[in-house]
Design a protein around this ligand. Sequence first.
Ligand SMILES: Nc1ncnc2c1ncn2[C@@H]1O[C@H](COP(=O)(O)OP(=O)(O)OP(=O)(O)O)[C@@H](O)[C@H]1O
Ligand SMILES: [Mg+2]
Length: 543
Amino acid sequence: MSDNQQNPQVVFLPEGAKRTRGRDAQHINILVGKAVASAVKSTLGPKGMDKMIVDELGDITISNDGATILQEMSIEHPVGKMMVEIAKTQDSEVGDGTTSAVVIAGGLLAEAEKLIDDEIHPSIIIKGYRLASRQALETLDLMAETIDIKDKKILRSLASTSMTGKAAEATDELAELVVEALSHVMETDGAKVLIDVDNVKVEKKTGTGLAGSELIKGIVIDKEVVHANMPKKVENAKIALIDAALEIKETETDAKIEITAPDQLQAFLDQEEGMLKKMVEQIKKSGATVVVCQKGIDDMAQHFLAKAGILAVRRVKKSDMDALIRATGGRLVTRLEDLSEKDLGHAKSVFEKKIAGDNMVFIEGCKNPKSVSLLLRGGGEHVLDEAERAVHDALMAVATAIKSGKIVTGGGAPEIEMSVRLRDYAQTVGGREQLAIEGFANALEEIPRTLAETAGMDKLDSIVSLRAKHREKKGGTTVGVDVFGSKIGDLRNKNVLEPLSVKRQAIVSASEVAEMILRIDDVIAGSTSKKSMGPGPDANMDM
Ligand SMILES: Nc1ncnc2c1ncn2[C@@H]1O[C@H](COP(=O)(O)OP(=O)(O)OP(=O)(O)O)[C@@H](O)[C@H]1O
Ligand SMILES: [Mg+2]
């Protein structure tokens, strides 16, 4: 094949650069894409397995979340990175369905490979895939069900389905908390519903089990009150949010102070004390009764604050400060001299409480009641981390569903419906594109096929009988893979529900990335990135 023979007369690449062209390039790229998909495939669904990833530093991540797994795997191959990108997009757009998106993309590439081997040009495949993707989305829209966004039972089902496979032991409790939390932050503007998921702050603390997690109507900060003599509870708090150190700054240049007599030392210390005292005076003058400081607070300043009856917390995270600004309506002050009453935030109550042996500060009854915190409790760090990811998926999924008001039944039902309708559609298109559209249909079936596999069912039998069921009833049925019952069944009454947008986004991103990968027929890599060329270790990570 002439594709691979580089023209010896024209040398325009740096020494050591590697170039792969034509079929070879396509094959390698497809191989990598498929390998990435197969790396996460086994995690799909409620009975999907978890992965443990150990990074160079020995840190361990145990997860079922597609986006998290791929990110932690530090994939080097550029095509692998493109696959990781779609998981990330899916995650940031709709929060859930990352594994599905990658699995479908892998399926599309596998089907394309077969077609390329049958001498069908990638541009025909791309055209067919585009037609198919448009058609599939239409089918999906037809299947969608409009929900009453106040129906908490449906919202809880959406939350539980999206937590699938993660934090399994307390899905019901967490789903309840997620829906409760969102009902606090939800705002309606006429017919429009506004939800800012960032208004739900997630805080983790080891101890008890996940079922012991709770919703706090306010903000929780994982810090303690800095001084023993400070009040541990302040009612009707006026809160100063400070981004400046309540300390004497060390000089930046090397200065030397020569002290020759004891009274000079005393004078020096007095001066320092005076400066700190002045800082506290400024805070007192503003009328603040609580200080939340992003930087440090000197011992002496702590002492003066305690004397003034002010509750103070130091070294608070930037993200917590942001949450406090939103919740209390306060303003972040960087120069103490500027602090005045109008900068202060407000909350009914600020108090310290011991959780799992550590003191945490709770800020409740905030000026903006639309700020809440989910305090997750769990046996260990890894359990908590995965629970946090599950809660993130659920918050996003429920918020997405509330915003659009549209859902579909899961368990592979939408994918089978789309594939059955695509096969009909393919015949109307005809030509070589027809084969690509049928390939698209096969790729979608990867989802129910994998779900059936994790449920210990026969893959082929399941797909055949699912297709038949969906053929029988035009207009969409909600029959899919009942993973827990290990049979084909109606999942609508089992409350396996998912937001329409999660399914839509998975199709959109999967077909986009497949198209992008199929378009490449020339890979040129400079000598420095040689190690990331070719199938390399990435291609062998079939797990
Ligand atoms: N009880 C259930 N029975 C059958 N299928 C289910 C059930 N719960 C969830 N599913 C299906 O499992 C799939 C989702 O699996 P999973 O959550 O592991 O992957 P994902 O949502 O694609 O990606 P990720 O959650 O990793 O971002 C969806 O197709 C969903 O409909
Ligand atoms: Mg999921």
